[in-house]
Design a protein around this ligand. Structure first.
Ligand code: FES
Length: 218
């Protein structure tokens, strides 16, 4: 069982123990002297004021702080995504557009893609026939010509020797393709290694033809 004793009673009991007065007289004395046992609280406490406006202010502060926090998080995410996506100059380097209109039959042009040479060869009918007629048994790195071209008139290969990375010379060598003078590797008209220390055919880069007679490398 919980007994409730008022503050006045407690103050009166204290007064009684100090001054030897009876309980009722002590209670009357306390009430007369102080009005209430916690009279300072009565005098000094602040008025409750308008609770509605305080709530509105609290909600405003909380809402504003959460909005600022959400904006900061959004900005951080945007910056992170922006740093991961390639810039315009990087995208420009990633692909290369070449107009095929100015390349004569039998001609080989060298273009630069991602800092490396790429050979684009406009093959004649005789060169196509020669490349398609080579038996796979005659090759170090056997590969059909049809597997190396999208359009048999055009051969697109990286201009980097697969031995140690020299740039081979076009329309040269024993097989009328490319010749690497560094250590004597011979490639045929399809860019396949036929003789010398190079172990692999010239690499084919990714490329696509456009409808307006161009090629996009990359
Ligand atoms: S780098 Fe081409 S043959 Fe050695």
């Amino acid at each position: 069982m919980i007994l409730h004793i008022s503050p006045q009673r407690i103050a009166a009991a204290a007064y009684e123990s100090m001054h030897g007065a009876k309980s009722d007289a002590a209670l009357e004395k306390v009430s007369l002297n102080y009005g209430s046992a916690d009279h300072y609280f009565e005098k000094t406490r602040l008025e409750p004021g308008n609770q509605g406006s305080k709530k509105a202010f609290t909600y405003f502060v909380l809402g504003a702080s959460k909005f600022i926090y959400a904006s900061a998080v959004r900005l951080a995410i945007i910056n992170a995504v922006a740093t991961m996506s390639a810039s315009a100059d990087v995208l420009a380097m990633a692909s290369l557009e070449v107009d095929l209109g100015g390349i004569e039959e039998g001609q080989v042009v060298t273009v630069k893609w991602r800092g490396k040479p790429v050979f684009i060869k406009h093959r004649t009918a005789a060169q196509i026939e020669e490349s398609e007629g080579v038996p796979l048994s005659a090759m170090k790195d056997p590969q059909e010509d049809s597997a190396r071209v999208q359009d048999s008139k055009w051969l697109v290969v990286m201009g980097i020797c697969t031995h140690l990375g020299c740039v081979p010379i076009a329309n040269a060598g024993d097989y009328h393709g490319w010749y690497c003078p560094c250590h004597g590797s011979h490639y045929d008209g399809s860019g396949r290694i036929r003789k010398g220390p190079a172990p692999l055919n010239l690499e084919i880069p990714p490329y696509t033809f456009t409808d307006d007679g161009k090629i996009i490398v990359g």
